[in-house]
Write a protein of this length. Structure first.
Length: 70
């Protein structure tokens, strides 16, 4: 199991994927908003979204888990 983590602190603006969806390495899975900028968060490996851990509107810190891949 691999987790996708936040690269910076910010608010989860949008979750792009759904649980059970197959993703490829480099694919955007979420977008954070920080200081009025949108920052895409990408999957580092291929996998299937097992569980989404953060919800839109949540504030997250650097290295907080956003979702789990299997």
């Amino acid at each position: 199991m691999t987790t996708v983590k936040a690269s910076m602190a910010g608010t989860v603006w949008k979750i792009i994927v759904t649980e059970g969806e197959e993703v490829k390495a480099g694919q955007d899975v979420a977008i954070l908003e920080s200081m009025k900028m949108e920052i895409p968060i990408t999957a580092e490996v291929d996998g299937k979204v097992k569980k989404i851990l953060a919800q839109e509107g949540d504030f997250i810190n650097v290295d907080d888990d956003i979702l789990e891949l299997e």
